[in-house]
Design a protein around this ligand. Structure first.
Ligand SMILES: [Zn+2]
Ligand SMILES: [Zn+2]
Length: 330
């Protein structure tokens, strides 16, 4: 399925068989998660995609062919391809362990073709083995919702009372990790989304309410997963002195101005950008240990457009995933 420009629907297109170049894997895609970032690209809020483009950066595939020099994976192995597709290895960010901030970084389903397709090619150095026990569709959301969510969670330090604003794919995973580590989770959904609030409580949240509500206690930290800038001052207002508000999305509407008093008391706001390979390796150990169970709504590849709209309308619980091929799991 190919994206050709803002305002145009994805179109189905046959392309010649891909070749695995040096250091890359050719993968038969089994499943690919759908992420809010895909909507930001579709809507032109992320403005520099390669065109035409195959979207999708939460890819679970099996290795079909190896390029020259591949050492980490074998044909038939199941691997995951995340958002981070390539980094320069030379810039100051790459050299000091912050490759997520690399000046030259390339991203899957943005700078290079992604997984809304039957086949894809990926640099083996940025791929992860998929933990056993996860069917393909359930594994896909681990690759962005899970591991970028986990990076955001790691910035909340040892916060005991954790607020999650926006209870979609990422929050439903982070909620499980946080509860397993003994945190108390307070979940915020769109006002009136009683289904979403029940879902959050089912996953261990001790309180769930609308994003227009104040939690019953102050929060030690909050993660804002929703792309709504007005949630930042709301999260600050709900936070205790010294608390931190972590913005996990790649794009957010403008943050309205707010009184300095909300930030006073050493509260902080920060964003989370992309991921490092170290984040991925860490999260792929944590997920099966919790164990994280992902709730997914699966669409066939040909219905990628409908899957994106389902995500936009928040009409599904948990994560949206495209199933590719015969849809069976190992
Ligand atoms: Zn994503
Ligand atoms: Zn770099």
């Amino acid at each position: 399925m190919v994206f050709t420009g803002v305002g145009r629907p994805l179109i189905e297109r046959d392309v010649p068989r891909l070749e695995a170049g040096p250091g890359t894997l050719r993968l038969d895609v089994r499943a690919c998660g759908v992420c809010r970032t895909d909507l930001h690209i579709l809507d032109g809020e992320l403005q520099r995609p390669k065109l035409p483009l195959v979207l999708g950066h939460q890819i679970v595939g099996t290795v079909a062919a190896l390029g020259d020099g591949v050492t980490r994976f074998a044909v038939g192995q199941r691997v995951g391809v995340p958002w981070l597709a390539w980094t320069c290895g030379q810039c100051r960010f790459c050299r000091d362990g912050r490759e997520n901030l690399c000046d030259e970084a390339r991203f899957t389903g943005y700078d290079v073709d992604g997984g809304f397709a039957e086949e894809t090619v990926a640099d083996e150095r940025y791929c992860f083995p998929i933990p056993d026990g996860y069917p393909d569709a359930q594994a896909a959301p681990l690759l962005c919702a899970g591991l970028i969510g986990y990076r955001a969670y790691s910035f909340t330090g040892d916060a005991l009372r954790l607020g999650l604003y926006g209870f979609g794919a990422a929050a439903h995973i982070v909620c499980q990790v946080a509860c397993a580590e003994g945190r108390r989770v307070f979940a915020f959904t769109r006002p009136g989304d009683t289904d979403g609030q029940a879902f959050a409580r089912q996953l261990g949240a001790e309180w769930a309410g609308g994003s227009n509500e104040r939690p019953p206690e102050e929060l030690d930290a909050a993660i804002v997963f929703a792309a709504a800038g007005e949630l930042v001052p709301a999260a600050l207002a709900a936070s205790v002195k010294g608390g931190s508000v972590v913005c996990a999305g790649i794009h957010m509407s403008d943050i309205p101005s707010f009184p300095y008093e909300l930030l006073w008391g050493e509260r902080s706001i920060r964003s989370v950008a992309n991921l490092t390979r170290r984040d991925g390796e860490a999260f792929m150990r944590v997920a099966p240990a919790v164990p994280v169970h992902t709730e997914v709504t699966v669409f066939p590849l040909a219905e990628a457009g409908a899957a994106l709209e389902a995500l936009r309308s928040s009409s599904v619980r948990g994560a949206v995933v495209l199933s590719v091929g015969d849809g069976s799991s190992p």
